[in-house]
Every structure is written in structure tokens, then in C-alpha cells.
Write a new protein. Sequence first.
Length: 264
Amino acid sequence: MNQFISCVVTGVLIVLSSMAATASQGPLPLPQRGYKVYSRIQFVELTTQHPVRDKALGDTLEVSFKSQLDQFYRLHNPSVRHLQFVERVPQESCDILISGTYTLRAFGHRGMHATVTVENLATGETQSFEAAGDAFEITETLAQDVFHEFQKTRFPTQARIYGKNLTLLYQGAIYRPTAAKMSELYKQSLIACELRGGRVSTEKELVAVATLGEYGGGVSVGHNGVSSDYWSVESARVYVAPWSQSTSATNLNPTERLNFICVR
């Protein structure tokens, strides 16, 4: 996928370009201009005990899911919309078909359980997502999961940062085994990047890539819902978000995980 994004942040020009169509971390390769999605989503009740009621609820789930998905697109406003519903177009002329199933009272007082399946009509490849709760909770969760899967950065990707070309090879995390020190996690992140033919990013590179965000060809830093977010950077240092500072890996206590980006 060829996509060009320009972003000036504190005087730094960042240009994202030439995202590979065969990128990993996504089951369905993305075409250059995203997918045309068939406009109708049929939610089928698996027990079909009440055909009239079930059709009405299925229609409600369809409308709510599409509305929630649109809200995520408006919220994050990605430069390229990878999923675009098209009206008055036959199914066979589309790239993607989304279908759903649901079961009432599948989890006690949770209301219902539902799944959404995204199918590539050309290849037959599918990916499924599931959620439990009331109708609004379900459609919100499913829409968020689908949005994230199709709009997140897919590695490897190319970026131009500080006037230089940079390949973002991989984003990963080292999870803490029992009594592991931060310095040990740091060494593992270095090895992980070396095995992929790259290195961990510098602190400046990490900050620049973070300005793009995970839906703009970069990564999300400092937004994982915990008090701190740790990232390996060069020179045996660990970048700590949201405080926007780095410190020696030997000066930090163990954490649940240490994130890293492999670059080249």
C-alpha cells in the first residue's frame, strides 16, 4: 500500500510512505485504496426461536455496528479509510462481506453473545471477532476491534524521519518472568531486534514515530491504560511514558512488560 502522510510536529517533518501490501500483523492484505465493503450486514440469531423479533434485533445490531464504526473513523480520522461501505453496489462487486451471529442470554445476565466475521470475497480469507453484553456494548466492542485490526500500523513500513529513511520492522514486547530485572528485559529486546535484522529505536526516533500514532503508520506510546509505559531505546536506556523521559535500564524496577520497536 502506498500512502503518504505529512506531519509537522515541533519543526520535525515526518513522512510515512510505501506501506507494503504484504505487511504482517494483519490476516487480510490491504489494497492501495482500502476495501469496498458490501453495505448490508446480516446478523443471524443462532436459535431462531422468534423470527420477527430476531429480524428486528438483527437489523438493530447492523445499524448500531455501522454507526459505531463510523464514530471510530471520525474520532481518529485516519488519512486512508481501509473499510468503506458502498451503497447500491452488488455483493460480487465488493471486496469485503461482513456478517454476524448472536445468541440471547448466552452468558447469564450479560444479555447476549455476538460474533462478526469479515470475509475477503476474492480469496475467502476470514477473520472473526466476538463480544458479550447488551446490544450497545456488543456493537461498540466489535466496531472498535474491527477498526483497530484494519487501521493499525502493519509492519514492516517505511517512514522518513529527520530527513532520513527509516524502516519500522516490528513492534513487540518482552513480558517479565519471575524476578526479572529491567536490564534483563532490555537485553532481550536488543536480541529480538537483532534476530530481525534491525536495532531498537533511538529515543528521538521513538518520539517521532509516536506522533503518528498507531492509526497513522506509527505506534501508540503512553496510552496503554496503566500508570507508566516502558520502551527500549538505544544506549541502554528505557523511555518512560507519559513522563516523556528516559533513564538507565539498571535504575528501574521490574515491570510487567517492556515494549520495543525494531528499526533499520
